[in-house]
Design a protein around this ligand. Structure first.
Ligand code: SAH
Length: 216
């Protein structure tokens, strides 16, 4: 089957899985996932599944990327923080939909690859940082939207603090590190009021505090 046909089938799978936002589907169609997967998995680039990347991490399942991106209710005016750059695939999807993306990754070795991909795809609205995304990016806060792509045990308080209090939305997986009991939560912030909703079950790698060099 050709790449184009695989891509069409994947987009159909995402629609059937509940991704109905046409801007999100168009972004998924426009970002070549094969640029973000390891060579050994190229033939699975358009399969609806997570795949291994370096440092024991994963590129998320396309359906999960679609549903989490849709849950953020993005517009082209938004400034977004992503925690967990990984391969950079989710970053690239965000970059097509919003004004600016700030993305943080704790594994130093993953960032040069991701940056190379952003450059190759001419994504000029992405700013990267190696660091502990559990603490967010205080120098760039507040953010209209925050997306976390690794599972926290609890909603990280610094991230809540860095979310815009004028209708800010954060989407993140919460649950245990084993991945057996995790679900995506959406937090809405309005002034000093919070509202959180449980959305769907997922399986993510854990959000780890501190960067690898940080031996505590
Ligand atoms: N969005 C990525 C998914 C990568 S998996 C993609 O589309 O490929 C989750 C990533 O979160 C991993 O790369 C992991 O190293 C990173 N991560 C885990 N804890 C982190 C933290 N505290 N700060 C920043 N990144 C973190």
């Amino acid at each position: 089957m050709s790449t184009e046909n695989r891509k069409i089938r994947l987009v159909m799978d995402l629609r059937n899985g509940g991704v109905t936002d046409t801007r999100v589907l168009a972004a998924i169609e426009r970002v070549p996932r094969e640029t973000f997967v390891e060579e050994a998995f190229l033939d699975q680039a358009y399969a609806n599944q997570a795949l291994p990347i370096n440092c024991g991490q994963t590129i998320s399942q396309p359906l999960v990327v679609g549903l989490m991106t849709q849950a953020l209710e993005l517009t082209d005016r938004h400034k977004v923080l992503e925690v967990g750059t990984g391969s950079g695939y989710q970053t690239a999807i965000l970059s097509k939909l919003v004004r600016r993306v700030y993305t943080v990754e704790r594994h130093r070795d993953l960032m040069p690859e991701a940056e190379k991909r952003f450059k190759a795809l001419n994504l000029h609205n992405v700013t990267t940082m190696v660091g502990d995304g559990y603490k967010g990016w205080p120098g760039q806060a507040p953010f209209d939207r925050i997306l976390v792509t690794a599972a926290a045990r609890l909603v990280p308080p610094d991230l809540v603090a860095q979310l815009s209090d004028e209708g800010g939305i954060m989407v993140l997986p919460v649950g245990d590190a084993s991945g057996l009991h995790q679900e995506v939560i959406r937090v809405r912030k309005e002034g000093t009021q919070f509202h959180s909703e449980r959305m769907f079950p997922v399986r993510f790698v854990p959000l780890v505090q501190g960067i690898p060099e940080d031996k505590k």
